[in-house]
Ligand binder design. Sequence first.
Ligand code: CO
Ligand code: CO
Length: 300
Amino acid sequence: MLVGPGDDAGVYLLPGNHAIVETVDIITPVVNNPFEFGAISTANSLSDVYAMGGKPLTALALVGFSSCDFGPKVIAEILKGAVDMLNKAGVSLLGGHSFENPEIRFGLSVTGIINKDKILRKSGAIPGNVIIITKPLGIGVITTALKGRRLKDKDIRTAVKWMLTLNDKASEAALKADASSATDVTGFGLLGHASNMLAGTDVNFIIEPKAIPVIDKTRAMIASGMIPEGAYNNLKFFEGEVEYPRGFSEDEKLLLADPQTSGGLLITLAADRLDVFRKMAVPCTVIGRVEKGKGKIRVI
Ligand code: CO
Ligand code: CO
């Protein structure tokens, strides 16, 4: 075992020096359209393999639903969306399993290959590195607003577009640019995943909130109370790990803790390798830097 529980995915060394990377994730619907939900959940499940620098090859589908509430038509649409996204990623669906559940749940167990000498681990950031993010924040708030009927399907197209964007190119760019560490921003929000990258390290992350890209309407939705419960839980969870500037509002904190579905990669790399990353034409924004420290986040 080269990487065990605690990172985005596990890595196991096979005879012959090949290494496999494995992960599983399963989520509840974030959009109304079942085809899109299947595709989003698939991009989300594949993301942990990309966050390790691996290439996904095969997948097994897991679907939970209540057979009284949903017919085979809805499930078939979810699976069609999943297969569509797997085709885009060049991944073969080998099978799966369904189970009775009061609420719809869908996700995949994914296996890929990885170069054992080029694993993008969670920790490894080096003082002087820059911190970049490849997708904007706000997905949790926007999908909460959809569930709360404050936004309609047509209002959330930008969020859907980002959730449907695979992290494959971002992963490739991170490897090319010799990233020192990487993870994907999902349920724990930007600050939660940043704090995971810092656990047990002797570096700090300096985060510039004004530099962080945010999906349109996110701040308005937060102001009107459309805040996922997970954002509150996240904030409480890493309370002592983060230092905020004076007068930093609760709304801004909640945005930095917003749980993402199929969020972007959070990557640290040498500042002089940034142009190598940018040449790969993957959207990316520098949101801070790494300095010597004690595993804390300083929001400035
Ligand atoms: Co992850
Ligand atoms: Co995960």
